[in-house]
Design a protein around this ligand. Structure first.
Ligand code: SAH
Ligand code: SF4
Ligand code: F3S
Length: 439
């Protein structure tokens, strides 16, 4: 079926921050083609930028496709992008015939061609991982608000036995030094005050500076620190194996590097960590955190956990609880193990943990993590700190900003979005803080 080239588009992203970043780049790309942004119910083209990490996330795309049918029986042109597109490819168009375009995370710079193909009624599928990176083919950054994401590293070579990312995003690749710094400056030019460097293993970033010297993520952060109007730098997600001494030291030395580290451990049991192919042990992980805390005593620590990994015993799970108690996290993400097609752990069917047990463990873990999050927020009470104003709040005169420790802070102020103002933290809930502006 042929159809007109879409005039308007809507991009909906699921999953991690790298997908959010890709969604922004697709928005910029389609905008540069002369298309205008619209709501999901009106747009001529809807891009579902999907996540494949857990079964629920992956299945969501099919129910979403169904919901795109409109009252008058028509539907927009539908593109499935992201990690489900990469993992399932043409299978998607077999399961959901309404889908016009399938485009993987390393090929979305070709979206305009795919849209033209789909309009001509041709198959529009592109899950290539081309050697020439997509970044060179994307337009300059548009305004993103005060907090911007910047992907500096893509893909993963770690092959944790439960994880689809090495298959959906491909091998570890670092963007060149120059490209990263240029994009950072472009983001600052359009109003970014805070940049979060992104990568599936962002601390594996490696490159050469303009003088040909080898650099790691710490060097890149030092270079960003020299951009005058950039106020805050963050990075996520890191792997313990790539947590170098230089990067740890940077936390104590670089003022713009915010006191927050997301360092997933997944489990507190060495037996489970080995089965997960995590390459770190409980003790080596704890030793890293001790060194990070020595470098930056007020650092807020964050992590990811999987419960109910095949073969996880009650004793293994209790080691996870004891690790959490030992660390004292500021904020964490925890998930029930989800068997993913094509991963080694999905073959360990004999050792699968019954769902009821996994659910019960997840609940116990989340209860502990929630207590820790509230306790961490309470330690902020009375502190005088700086808050980056991000958006208007729900109440009149109220604004919402971010503390250095990545906490949401609600306060009454006439400061504008993008300003960084001194604040006293005066109340603490589980998910946010209340602040009083100090000027
Ligand atoms: N690169 C990062 C993030 C990977 S995905 C890292 O190495 O930590 C984000 C989180 O999803 C992971 O940290 C893990 O906790 C969770 N996850 C990944 N695969 C999963 C699976 N099959 N089932 C449940 N949770 C999973
Ligand atoms: Fe997945 Fe492990 Fe790579 Fe993280 S390090 S993306 S969990 S394979
Ligand atoms: Fe999901 Fe792909 Fe990110 S699977 S978590 S969107 S890398």
């Amino acid at each position: 079926m042929t159809r007109p080239i879409p005039k308007s588009f809507h991009v909906k992203s699921f999953g991690c921050q790298m997908n959010v970043y890709d969604g922004e780049r697709m928005t910029e790309l389609l905008g540069a083609q002369g298309m205008t942004a619209a709501g999901a119910d009106d747009a001529d083209l809807v891009v579902l930028n999907t996540c494949h990490i857990r079964e629920k996330a992956a299945e969501k795309v099919y129910s979403d496709i169904g919901r795109l049918r409109r009252g008058d029986g028509t539907r927009p042109m539908i593109a499935v992008a992201g990690c489900v597109a990469q993992a399932e490819g043409a299978e998607i168009t077999r399961r959901a015939r309404e889908v016009d375009i399938v485009v993987g995370p390393q090929a979305y710079h070709r979206l305009p061609d795919l849209v033209a193909k789909a309009a001509r009624g041709e198959t529009a599928l592109d899950t290539d991982m081309p050697a020439a990176s997509k970044f060179g083919a994307l337009p300059r950054r548009a305004k993103q608000g005060p907090c911007a994401f910047l992907t500096v590293q893509e893909g993963c070579d770690k092959f944790c036995t439960y994880c689809v990312v090495p298959y959906t995003r491909g091998a570890e690749v670092s963007r060149p030094w120059r490209a990263v710094l240029d994009e950072a400056r472009a983001l600052v030019d359009v109003g970014a005050r805070e940049i979060t460097l992104l990568g599936q293993n962002v601390n594996a970033w490696a490159g050469e500076d303009e003088r040909g010297r080898s650099q790691g993520l710490d060097g890149l952060i030092r270079a960003l620190d020299r951009i005058p109007d950039l106020a805050r730098i963050r990075y996520t997600t890191s792997h313990p194996a790539d947590m170098t001494e230089e990067l740890i030291a940077a936390h104590g030395e670089i003022g713009k590097l915010m006191p927050y580290l997301h360092l997933p451990v997944q489990s507190g049991s060495d037996r489970v960590l080995k089965a997960m192919n995590r390459s770190h042990s409980r003790d080596s992980y704890l030793a890293i955190l001790d060194r990070v805390r020595a470098a930056r005593p007020d650092i807020a620590l964050s992590g990811d956990f999987i419960v109910g990994f095949p073969g996880e015993s009650e004793a293994d799970f209790e080691e996870t609880l004891s690790l959490v108690r030992r660390v004292g996290y500021a904020q964490c993400f925890s998930f029930k193990y989800s068997a993913r097609p094509g991963t080694p752990a999905a073959e360990m069917t004999d050792a699968f943990i019954p769902d009821a047990i996994a659910s019960e463990r997840l609940q116990r873990l989340q209860t502990l993590l929630n207590e820790q999050q509230l306790a961490f927020n309470r330690t902020s009470l009375g502190k005088h700190t700086e808050v980056l104003i991000e958006r208007a709040g729900k109440l009149p005169g109220q604004m919402v900003g971010k503390s250095p420790w990545l906490q949401s802070v609600h306060l009454t102020t006439d400061a504008a979005i993008g300003e960084i103002i001194p604040v006293e933290l005066v109340s603490a809930g589980p998910n946010s803080l209340g602040g009083a502006a100090l000027r």
